[in-house]
Write a protein that binds this ligand. Structure first.
Ligand code: NAD
Length: 290
């Protein structure tokens, strides 16, 4: 397939490299000066998109996605698919899909989980929204860049799945960290806390697979001085998207709102920027109720 790939940053670069390695003809564009093995660089997004059967975008946010889509959709071939893998707001995903479809193209929103490691290893999970025809055309590429792709529903459903999942993740991480900090103050050994909770009804992915306490549970960013991993900044981005969506859909999400406020304080006013999102534990550890 001829693939245009726009946005070759931490995630996009290894994803594009994997597509090229699998034998696809990949033409890439990024505002920054990048070069990737096997990928031909274009001078603009439009140039990367013109001849493509599939155009993949991996961009920072919904405003940038809308601007790039406005530039490339008019030059895309009729029947070509625009696959946006960025994490953006549901409204932008739906607006871009509507513009693409009005121009005779297909559109799929397909945000990912798995992070930079998953992008490099080709083991991402894609959660996709769009028509059956769009998903069918993109599926072979999801198989190269990832290990699982779930077609969640119509346009925007992929972004909806991603932010609902990550809202649960943010809330659960905070709950796990504050429980560890309380256990400390009650004199409970962290290993004992893990042994009980990880096999009791308080268990979760954040406790069992990504334990925020160093030296306890499986290897996690806590064991590496809270180097990300999944940065608190990215968690804050996803939580904000969840609250933007909740606002737009009139959904009551008090825990999501509290988690957003806490991660905002942590990243913007404390020492959370650039640290793993599980560094909430040392944050709570240092504090009392006041
Ligand atoms: P990044 O900042 O490393 O990459 C974004 C790239 O887009 C940059 O190289 C930038 O130069 C380029 N860009 C910006 N505006 C552009 C434009 N108008 N035209 C062309 N290129 C442009 O970010 P990333 O970590 O690769 O993340 C990309 C997306 O994936 C984000 O939406 C992020 O939320 C999501 N995501 C990231 C991770 C992660 O662990 N990094 C995990 C899951 C999802």
């Amino acid at each position: 397939m001829k693939i245009g790939f726009i946005g070759l940053g931490n995630m996009g670069a290894p994803m594009a490299a994997n597509l090229a390695k699998a034998g696809h003809e990949v033409t890439g564009f990024d505002m920054a000066d990048v070069s990737i093995d096997g990928v031909t660089m274009a001078a603009s997004g439009a140039e990367a998109a013109t001849e493509a059967d599939v155009v993949i975008t991996m961009l920072p946010n919904g405003d940038i996605l809308r601007a790039v889509a406005a530039e490339i959709i008019p030059v895309m071939r009729s029947g070509a698919v625009l696959v946006d893998c960025s994490t953006v707001d549901v409204d932008s995903a739906r607006a871009v899909a509507a513009t693409a479809e009005a121009a005779g193209c297909l559109a799929v929103d397909a945000p990912v989980s798995g992070g930079i490691g998953g992008a490099a290893a080709g083991t991402l999970t894609f959660m996709a929204g769009g028509t059956d025809a769009g998903f069918a055309k993109a599926e072979a590429l999801f198989d190269i860049m990832g290990q699982k792709a779930v077609h969640c529903g119509a346009a925007g459903a992929g972004q909806a799945a991603k932010i609902c999942n990550n809202m649960i993740l943010g809330i659960t991480m905070i709950g796990t960290c504050e429980a560890f900090a309380l256990a400390d103050k009650l004199g409970l050994d962290r290993q004992k806390m893990f042994d009980v909770v990880s096999t009791s009804s308080g268990y979760s992915w954040t406790m069992n697979a990504y334990c925020p306490a160093p030296g306890v549970g499986p290897q996690s960013p806590a064991d590496n001085d809270y180097q990300p991993g999944f940065a608190a900044d990215l968690m804050l981005k996803d939580l904000r998207l969840s609250q933007q969506a909740a606002e737009s859909a009139d959904a009551d999400t008090p825990m999501g709102q509290a988690a957003t406020e806490l991660y905002a304080r942590f990243v913007e006013h404390e020492d959370g920027a650039g640290r793993d999102f599980s560094a909430m534990l040392p944050r709570f550890e240092k504090r009392g109720r006041g």
